[in-house]
Design a binder for this molecule. Structure first.
Ligand code: AMP
Length: 491
């Protein structure tokens, strides 16, 4: 039975266990101890998954980083994680210049390393249900603009995958899951663990390229696939992919960003299979809610039901509530901040003593929503200052700080505005220093000098003044207002 397949190799379950033992052996030989952080910089490939499992086995911590970051950003995160060992693909070597620790090239990950003896028996590859040790540290920025490492335990990931598979049953030796979203995102880790727990096949694509992805989808008998809305929008609306050739496909999973209703409608028609939505955060080890396949059913001739605008109901491993600014539960049908508690909520942020729970033990998501009478959650806005660009989160504070470093920028506010393809794009509202005359391209270029490209503004407008409240805070709600007029939800 094939466990993992990528563009250049495939590994069955028996060899996967052996190969993971070899990677774990090599890590142990390098003196890696439990709890130690190992940074990973790679596109999706078989060895990436093997490394995750080897680190799980050793109770060391995987710190997968977004390879779209710039060298200075990567280095800040490596330092924050305190990693002395980095696994990297050759093409990312320039991101590691100046790193004093050890770099292991992925190409050598299959070399003749000695298997780790503790693993050569019947050891499981998966996170351990009983262990509160950190398994993965994933970076997500806070409102301060500083990235924080969310620590997910073995138990977090284990209970999440069990709950997830209640909604997405996979069949051993039959299901083939297409993984194009990057393995440095929590959703991909959840799919990876779910597939291996079910002994299904995980087909990894290095990244999303529409023709390649479509080719794999149609030719390799893929039964399950995960797409973020921007990928579906690209395939269906921009590339005009039509129905046909998806006979093996049983289920499409989507999430990570709001799904435009028209894209969902088109997707249901073109793919002609079941759909499952997940809503969650890195800090929740994957998802908090699912909108199930049965919720997507409707007579194709009729108007799509309202329910397709929701993110569904809580998964079995957690409870949800909506609260006001004081933490009190809001009345039925009212909008409030989504808070959650359950076994899937992370341990906290690395090196941060502040609790991520409120006094009553609830984790605050920063998302605003309302429940309908049947308990379906509808997200309407965010209280956190975050922009979701094609499924990648961008934190305005970081971009504002970079723009303020420019000599011609006196004041700035960065907000998310609607974009037909990416969901949202980054708009910078800039007050120029008197007598200066910076150009928009020059300021965007300035951002690119220090920030990953997906974070940089794609629009820039000159303004006279940035409105601030009495406490000196920018009211993003009022700044965003005019751009979101006519939209039911402001996300
Ligand atoms: P991340 O921690 O990168 O996974 O981002 C989590 C945030 O992405 C959430 O707090 C939401 O704002 C957004 N998000 C995730 N899933 C969905 C979804 N299905 N619909 C709308 N927004 C989502």
């Amino acid at each position: 039975m094939i466990a993992l397949r990528d563009d250049s190799c495939e590994v069955d379950y028996a060899s996967l266990a052996r190969r993971v033992a070899c990677v774990a052996g090599a890590l142990a030989e390098r003196g890696l101890v439990p709890g130690e952080r190992v940074v990973i910089l790679a596109k999706n490939r078989v060895e990436f998954v093997e490394l995750y499992f080897a680190l799980f086995a050793l109770e060391a911590v995987a710190v997968p980083l977004n390879w779209r970051l710039r060298a200075n950003e990567v280095q800040t995160l490596i330092e924050d994680a305190g990693a002395r060992l980095v696994f990297s693909e050759g093409e990312f070597a320039p991101l590691l210049e100046g790193f004093a620790g050890q770099v292991v090239d992925f190409a050598s990950a299959q070399a003749d390393w000695t298997p780790f003896s503790a693993l050569t028996g019947s050891a499981t590859l998966l996170p351990k249900a009983e262990s509160s040790a950190v398994a993965v540290q994933m970076y997500t920025s806070g409102t301060t603009g500083r990235a924080k490492g969310s620590m997910l335990s073995h138990a977090n990931i284990d209970c999440m995958q069990r709950a997830w598979r209640e909604d997405m049953p996979l069949v051993a030796e039959t299901s083939r899951f297409l993984q194009v979203t990057p393995l440095f995102h929590v959703g991909a880790v959840l799919m990876m663990v779910s597939c291996v727990a079910a002994r299904a096949t995980l087909r990894l694509c290095p990244e999303f390229f529409s023709d390649h992805t479509l080719g794999v989808l149609r030719k390799e008998g893929i039964t399950h696939a995960l797409f973020v809305p921007a990928m579906m929008q690209w395939l269906l609306a921009e590339k005009g992919v039509d129905a046909g050739g998806f006979d093996a496909l049983q289920l499409v999973v989507y999430g990570a960003a709001p799904m435009p209703p028209a894209v969902l409608e088109l997707g249901l028609k073109v793919f002609g299979c079941e759909f499952l939505q997940g809503y969650g955060l890195t800090e929740t080890a994957g998802v908090l809610t699912t909108l199930k396949p049965s919720d997507h059913l409707y007579d194709g001739e009729a108007e799509p039901p309202e329910r397709l605008l929701s993110v569904g109901r809580a998964v079995s491993c957690c409870e949800l509530r909506l609260v006001d600014g004081e933490g009190a539960e809001v009345s039925d049908g009212a909008v409030g901040e989504v808070v959650a508690r359950g076994e899937n909520i992370h341990l906290g942020y690395a090196g941060d003593n502040e609790s991520t729970w409120d006094d009553h033990g609830w984790f605050h998501t920063g998302d605003l929503g309302r429940f309908d009478a049947d308990g379906y959650l509808y997200l309407v806005d965010r209280v956190k200052d975050m922009i979701c660009v094609a499924g990648e989160n961008v934190f305005p504070r970081e971009i504002e700080m970079r723009l303020l470093e420019h000599q011609a920028v006196q004041d700035v506010a960065v907000i998310g505005v609607p974009h037909h393809l990416w969901g949202e794009e980054v708009l910078a509202l800039v007050v120029r220093v008197p007598e200066s005359d910076p150009s928009a391209p020059a300021l965007i270029q300035h951002c690119r000098g220090a920030l990953a490209r997906f974070k940089c503004p794609t629009r820039l407008e000159w303004v006279e003044k940035i409105p601030r409240n009495a406490a000196g805070k920018i009211s993003k709600v009022s700044l965003r207002g005019p751009y979101w007029r006519g939209h039911d939800r402001r996300i």
